[in-house]
Design a protein around this ligand. Sequence first.
Ligand code: SF4
Ligand code: SF4
Length: 226
Amino acid sequence: MIIVKQKPLEEIRKMSADYRKILILGCGTCATVCFAGGEREVAILASSLRMAEKIDGKKKTVLEYTVKRQCDWEFLDEISEKIKDADVILSLSCGVGVQAIAERFPSCRVLPGINTCFLGLTEEPGIWSERCDACGNCVVYETGGICPITRCAKGLLNGPCGGSVEGKCEISPEIPCAWQLIIDRLTAMGQLDKLEEIQPPKDWSTSHSGGPRTIVSSIQGESGEK
Ligand code: SF4
Ligand code: SF4
């Protein structure tokens, strides 16, 4: 899941200061699960904005709507009429949704009301932790299903680093050492010998930091990466 967090109200007000009619657009998927951009958060933000603008004596119209997913043009098409009533869309989705709106509706102004944080899992309601950096070449079959790139502070492929203390990472006693977790898990599975092989330096050309990628799925008749 993409983990997102709503921007502070003051930042949103500053971004949207020049617009009179604002459509707050929620996203019914990741942003909803993160309590940052679902129908409920759209309603709360809309009320907060209305109140804040009223206190400051400004006249603004704040509209509300939530689509199932902003990262799919299919679901954005249902707002094609609604956006005509607004000067700007304040998107409560990850950065993909914001850009999907900008591409689908080229003449429409769009603002990000959310900060996109990472790919993570829900540890318990309201607590998410990072699990994947979208490196494009998953290696966790070597490491007992635990990602060393994301969870080791140094992203080591051959760990541990030597700084681990009582199973915690040297950067903080609050954070488990990823390589201790990997060793414990491989030991439990009787696969510790996997670590005897030294891993070569990672080829980062498949990573998202190597530029924007497009994945072509097999349902398009061919598969691969562009
Ligand atoms: S190895 Fe790469 S793809 Fe696999 S979980 Fe880690 S960052 Fe994600
Ligand atoms: S202590 Fe463990 S998690 Fe922290 S940097 Fe070293 S190997 Fe990585």
